[in-house]
Design a protein. Structure first.
Length: 79
């Protein structure tokens, strides 16, 4: 995976049918699925997004669907 994170800028966005100014940041990732499971990486990126958007209320226990490191390592051995 290669990632690029842009700078934070203020942009107009719609929240609850109202236009408000929010700080936004562009994140760009490219994934080579030949070297890993892209579905797992997409789940991981969703967690990162949730953490960045709501750091005060973030709880990693809300994501039990992610496999453990051992499960991922065993998948690579079998395939």
């Amino acid at each position: 995976m290669v990632g690029c994170i842009g700078k934070i800028t203020k942009k107009a966005v719609v929240v609850d049918d109202k236009i408000v100014i929010r700080e936004m940041m562009n994140c760009i990732y490219t994934i080579d699925h030949r070297h890993g499971d892209a579905a797992i990486l997409c789940q991981f990126l969703k967690i990162v997004k949730d953490l960045l958007e709501n750091p005060d209320t973030f709880n990693a226990d809300n994501y039990p669907e992610l496999p453990s490191y051992e499960e991922i390592a065993n998948r690579k051995k079998v395939n």
